[in-house]
Design a protein around this ligand. Structure first.
Ligand code: HAM
Length: 418
């Protein structure tokens, strides 16, 4: 039989047991990041197109090629969010959250949409889990945010990730760097891909992010942003590095990180895994000290990151495992089935994961299911047991069996569990 419908290319279902792993990843993120004061925030999946054009930038691949943009019934151009930061900044400004004591720190997660060419680790609908902190310009915040990120990832058992760091300057020093880049590429302009020739005019930094092989070769000796930082940016970068060292957070400076979004300034970072192939960034982020103001708010420094949940889950897929029931109740006969239902409800009220046989097939087929589910205990209720008011409780792990009155079952199982 073949399914009449399939999910769209680049869109995927998250099935159990992977969905259980996702839940664990989210629970751990909520637990850990709430200790740093990050509060959960939910923003819409659909936003005005201009929001992304303005923040991510007209010259980026995301805005030029990858957005799910359409016209709604009121003839407005709307876009499925390709990332979370822009919507959060909009919400921060729209609800005057800047009036609250700074810094304001937010946690979010949810689906994002980019019309990219699907491949391993790259989807058209993917999920991000992110943190954003508004109102702290000190390098201490950069360092603390990266420390929180690494603690989360390492706490999940991922020991071989690399935090890479760069500074991409600010509106002060960027113009000089832009000019230096333009000068570098001016002699090879005709050899750049058509996209990069456009980028050369619009935003030459984007050339450094191009995936075309020839462009990558041509940027070999291109000037680096680190060589063109103003003294304030240099100081900031220095302090971020020193604080990270003082906190024991390992990192490597990678002067080639430019990031695929335009809103960044100063700190830009990525966390890379050696196990993910070409799409090796598990998380990425940076400062965006000018975006709040650009959206109509007061000048507000900001920094954040997002983790790609599919990539994180791929690194931990060996851990994806369904929970097994503590108890499986097999019953024979109508009366016994009712008793089984009652007992199951009461055991669940005690917090015990309880399954039961729904088919009134043979005891053997019900017990086969109990074994397949890897239940720890099986309780058998038949007519005789009902009459006697005592049920057989099999310990499927130990292979032992006892007869107990219903009232004693709970205690017995709890003891066995403890
Ligand atoms: P980004 O680098 O575009 O940054 O995405 C962050 C992470 O999302 C990536 O490192 C990757 O793990 C995951 N990701 C991105 N695109 C895909 C895709 N097509 N399929 C699967 N995973 C993907 C941002 O989005 C910024 N908003 C991060 C940020 C937050 N900066 C400041 N605050």
């Amino acid at each position: 039989m073949s399914s009449r419908f399939r999910a769209l290319r680049g869109f995927q279902d998250i099935l159990p047991p992977e969905s259980t792993l996702w839940l664990q990843l989210l629970q751990e993120a909520r637990r850990l990041f709430s200790l740093y004061g990050f509060k959960e925030i939910l923003t819409p999946l659909l936003e005005p197109t201009e929001l992304f054009q303005r923040s991510i930038g007209e010259s980026t691949d995301i805005v030029q090629k990858e957005m799910y943009t359409f016209t709604d019934k009121a003839h407005r151009s709307v876009t499925l969010r390709p990332e979370g930061t822009a919507g959060l900044v909009r919400a921060y400004v729209q609800h005057h959250l800047w009036r609250l004591p700074a810094p304001q720190k937010f946690f979010y997660w949810g689906p994002m949409f980019r019309y990219e060419r699907p491949q391993k680790g790259r989807l058209r609908q993917f999920h991000q889990l992110g943190l954003e902190a508004f109102g702290a310009q000190e390098p201490k915040m950069d360092a603390e945010l990266m420390q929180a990120l690494m603690q989360y990832l390492q706490g999940l058992g991922l020991g071989d990730l690399e935090l890479q760091l760069n500074s991409i300057g600010c509106p002060h020093c960027r113009p000089r760097y832009r000019e230096a880049l333009k000068e570098h590429f001016s002699t090879v302009l005709s050899e750049l891909c058509p996209d990069c020739q456009r980028r050369y005019e619009l935003n030459p930094l984007r050339i450094l992010d191009c995936k075309v092989q020839r462009c990558q070769e041509l940027r070999h000796n291109a000037p680096l942003s680190l060589q063109h930082l103003c003294s304030a940016c240099q100081e900031h970068f220095q302090e971020v590095k020193e604080t990270l060292r003082a906190l024991g957070v390992a990192f490597a400076v990678n002067p080639h990180i430019v990031r695929g979004l335009d809103y960044y300034n100063r700190t830009a970072f990525e966390v890379l895994s050696p196990h993910l192939g070409a799409q090796n960034a598990v998380a990425a982020g940076g400062r965006y000290d000018y975006l709040v103001e650009d959206f109509g708010g007061p000048p507000t420094a900001a920094i954040g990151f997002a983790i790609g949940l599919e990539r994180l889950a791929a690194l931990l897929s060996h851990r994806a495992k369904e929970a097994s029931p503590v108890v499986f109740i097999a019953s024979l006969g109508r009366e016994a089935a009712l008793e089984a239902l009652r007992l199951a409800i009461s055991l669940r009220q005690q917090g015990l994961y309880t399954e039961q046989g729904y088919d009134q097939g043979s005891l053997r087929s019900q017990l086969r299911r109990a074994n397949r589910l890897k239940a720890r205990y099986a309780i058998i209720i038949g007519e005789e047991e009902l009459k006697e008011g005592a049920f057989q409780v099999k310990d499927l792990k130990e292979g032992t069996s006892v007869r107990l009155p219903a009232s004693a079952i709970r205690e017995f199982i709890k003891r066995g569990q403890g």
